[in-house]
Ligand binder design. Sequence first.
Ligand code: FAD
Length: 281
Amino acid sequence: MKLKDIYTQKDKPKISFEVFPPKEVEGNEILYSELEVLRKYNPSFISLTWGAGGKNNNSTDLITRIKKSGFEVMPHFTCVSSSKEFVKNHITTLNKIGIQNILALRGDIPADKSQICGDFQYASELVEFLKSNSDLSIGVAGYPEGHIEAESIEQDIKNLKHKVSCGADVIFTQLFYDNDLFYKYTDKIRAAEITVPVVPGIMPVLSKKQIDRMTTLARITVPNELKSALEKYDNNNDIQKFGVEFACRQCENLIKNEIKGIHFYTLNKSKSICKILDNFI
Ligand code: FAD
């Protein structure tokens, strides 16, 4: 089913899971078994990340296998290092596999500038290109606290409005730990007359290292309650237990506020996600 139809259905919020291609091929089997565990929650789709660091990668086998196993797949695609010809070939490949959706991204600017192709400067240009060259339903990224390069949230939302007007059907947000920031963001989005669904991204806390990494890469506020817990617990088991409770509260509050779906950043691990979802099913 296409993204644009998934979120117009009026039953309970749609669940989706983001996974990444394992570095080693052996990791693929672990990923498939984690996905089998998550299948019982009936996700609307699995999203598969693309070439972090701006490098093109080839996850065709992974996309094909996940799709063949009966999941809908939303592959991500970053355009910063891609030529228009590469994108056209990629669209042909996705069509052959029967993929209906894509998450259109610019990607982070690579440190090695020679990797920048120049055919696409911003994700909006990729959205426009996909719209004219495919039937894919298109998702784009949104940042509740503003993208790290943006001079202000207002400017970021102006750019988001343009990106959506190029043909995006849904906005998936960066993870956040303060729901109020998400609500302020969606208010600003609606005030800017962007009408497509905004799907919140939730990542349960698994370790201190994970939080440190995320907060250096992106603008993500860590609320005091979470900060104190990270200081208080010195082992990952306790942190994960707290992470599940915290994410449950976030989800419960989001569901009360009638969001259309929740996109879980799974980090290829099902344990915490299952504990969260068992509270809602
Ligand atoms: P854009 O929408 O192009 O925005 C990038 C910056 O440019 C923003 O600051 C924006 O305000 C500004 N901008 C946009 N248009 C204009 C304009 N016309 N003029 C001036 N400024 C403009 N990265 C990966 O490498 N692989 C992944 O699989 C991946 N998946 C992601 C999934 C989600 C849900 C999210 C939220 C992010 C993901 N990322 C991924 C990270 C993403 O690639 C980076 O955040 C990247 O730096 C920006 O990508 P974008 O598509 O948001 O870019």
